[in-house]
Each structure stands twice: as structure tokens, then as C-alpha cells.
Design a protein. Structure first.
Length: 140
């Protein structure tokens, strides 16, 4: 990730959406993609999980609640996307927060060029942390 000043308008969004089982599977298989959504640089759609339960147990996975992490060129693109109604992510169907990253642990090649906002490292107000972790069954 590159260090940025306040001049960049890119933003990340973190969405949680609860759907019926079949809609959730469809959304997981066909999430928003940078090839089809203007202003979207990268997105990752994940099922939510319950910690403390074996990774081999179906009870661990919540197949009706999805998390979508998206990287946008500009906050305006995110607003247009939410207003479009093409995906079940409108404020009446889900919730989201907007994120500007300031620290990075680990590596995700798709996010190598995302800007880090160093001025946010010592915030004066409330902050919300949203770790992004990809589950790799072969490493459990």
C-alpha cells in the first residue's frame, strides 16, 4: 500500500447483508466486480463465520449473512453504486461503513496499490477496526 495524503479520494467500504439462502449463494457467486461496476477497484465477498467452532462444521458458517469489502476510486462511485439498486446493498437492506486504511499487516496482492492514510494513525475520535482475513483451509 502506498502512503497518501488527504488529496486522494479513494475509500474502502465494508458491508454486511442478510439474505435468504439462495439469494446469498447467488450474491456470493456473482458479487460486484470491477469489470461490471464503475469506480470499483476490487471487491471480496465472504460468508460470515462463528468463531470457536470447528472449521469442518457447517455450524461455523453463516450462509445467509455476507460481508462485502470493496475498494473504490472515489466515494462518489460508492454512492452511485448504492443508489443503483442492482445489488441488495441499499441502506434499507443492509448497512455499511466507509474506511480509510492507515495500517497493513500481512499481504493481499490485490490491495498492494491501495493508499495508506498515515495521518489517521493517531485519531482523536472513535475508530472502527475491520480486519480482512482470507480463510485458507489448507493452512488450518
Amino acid at each position: 500500500m502506498n502512503t497518501a495524503d488527504n488529496s486522494t479520494n479513494e475509500v474502502f467500504s465494508y458491508h454486511l447483508v442478510k439474505l435468504d439462502f439462495f439469494s446469498a449463494i447467488r450474491f456470493f457467486i456473482f458479487p460486484p466486480h470491477s469489470n461490471t461496476v464503475s469506480g470499483l477497484k476490487y471487491s471480496l465477498c465472504l460468508f460470515t463465520m462463528k468463531p470457536g467452532i470447528s472449521v469442518f462444521s457447517f455450524a461455523r458458517y453463516n450462509f445467509t449473512t455476507l460481508a462485502l469489502i470493496a475498494w473504490w476510486e472515489h466515494a462518489d462511485w460508492l454512492d452511485r453504486f448504492l443508489e443503483s439498486g442492482k445489488y441488495p446493498l441499499s441502506p434499507s437492506e443492509s448497512w455499511h461503513i466507509r474506511i480509510k486504511p492507515y495500517r497493513r499487516w500481512g499481504s493481499l496482492k490485490e490491495l498492494n496499490h491501495a493508499h495508506l492514510f498515515k495521518e489517521l494513525m493517531s485519531p482523536s475520535g472513535t475508530v472502527s477496526a475491520r480486519p480482512l482475513a482470507k480463510f485458507n483451509l489448507s493452512k488450518t
